[in-house]
Each structure stands twice: as structure tokens, then as C-alpha cells.
Design a binder for this molecule. Structure first.
Ligand code: SF4
Ligand code: SF4
Length: 153
């Protein structure tokens, strides 16, 4: 089991506070891991999915090829997290570079927080402010415990 310390948490919680560990694109994330496990558990289900359409009279099994393609996609996630590479999702994000310049691990530690420099849209900005206020209130370790098992979406 991996040791959960400040460095581990930094590998999962981005400077903006979003939880990379629960992102579908994160290589070491739950979504990628469980998708790979489900893929293994399904084995050679392709053949059976075709049969089950008629045997069970359940047309939903005809959708298996699309499901499999999506599952494959999720299982080969490659992102190393916000601190190691540019975010694939939020292309206009200024936070990572800015937090490096300001020499803070998380935005709530910055004297400018909450700032207008994130590059986020309104929805994401609201989340950014709420998350950082919570981290400020309870500290990063407790915050991580709070979100560790919660879905991000
Ligand atoms: S950096 Fe962006 S794409 Fe990568 S895991 Fe974090 S949120 Fe997802
Ligand atoms: S200026 Fe804004 S984006 Fe940059 S580190 Fe401070 S709070 Fe984060």
C-alpha cells in the first residue's frame, strides 16, 4: 500500500484543488484501474454479447462493442497529473504555472487567493473557490481524507 504523505497528496490534488486521482485521464487513477479490471473480468464477452441479444431478448447487449471501446479507452489513461504535465481537460488553465511562480503548493496558500488569474470558466471558478476554502479550513491532509473515496464527477 502506498504511503499517504504530503508528496503523495500533491501527486493527486492539483494546485487548484481538483482531484486528479479521480480523473478519468489519470494513469494511476481509480477509473483507469477499475476499467482495466472490468475488461479482464469480461474476458471474451464479445461472442456472448451477440448471443445474449437473442437468447435473452435483450437488445442492450448489442451495444457491447461501443461499451468495450469506451472501456478500453478508459483503461489506457496516461496523464501523470497536473504537476507533471499540462492538463488535457482545462487547456486555458493558468494555475499550475502561476502556483509555481508564486511558490505555493495550493492556491489557498497564496496571498492573492481568490484571484482572477485562473483562466477557468464560471462553473469551474466556483468549484475552485469552494475547494480551496475547504482546504484552508481543515488542512490538506484532512481534505484529502474527505475526498479520497468520492467521485469527482
Ligand atoms: S492534469 Fe487534468 S487531465 Fe490530468 S489527471 Fe489532472 S485533471 Fe485529469
Ligand atoms: S494568483 Fe491565483 S492562480 Fe496563481 S497561485 Fe495565487 S491563487 Fe493560484
Amino acid at each position: 500500500m502506498k504511503k499517504v504523505d504530503g508528496e503523495f497528496i500533491k501527486g493527486r490534488i492539483a494546485p487548484c484543488g481538483l482531484h486528479c486521482g479521480k480523473c478519468f485521464a489519470f494513469a494511476d487513477g481509480d477509473i483507469s484501474y477499475h476499467s482495466g479490471e472490468l475488461k479482464k473480468a469480461l474476458g471474451n464477452f464479445d461472442v456472448y454479447a451477440q448471443r445474449f441479444v437473442e437468447m435473452l431478448d435483450e437488445p442492450v447487449f448489442a451495444k457491447y462493442p461501443d461499451f468495450k471501446e469506451f472501456l478500453n479507452h478508459l483503461s489506457v489513461a496516461t496523464c501523470q497529473g497536473c504537476r507533471k504535465e499540462k492538463c488535457k481537460l482545462f487547456k486555458n488553465c493558468n494555475v499550475r504555472v502561476c502556483s509555481e511562480e508564486k511558490q505555493v503548493d495550493y492556491c489557498f496558500q497564496c496571498s492573492c487567493f481568490p484571484c482572477e488569474n485562473t483562466g477557468f470558466d464560471e462553473h469551474l471558478y466556483k468549484r475552485f473557490v469552494a475547494i480551496n476554502k475547504r482546504m484552508q479550513e481543515i488542512g490538506i491532509e484532512k481534505y484529502y481524507e474527505e475526498v479520497r473515496d468520492l467521485p469527482r464527477y
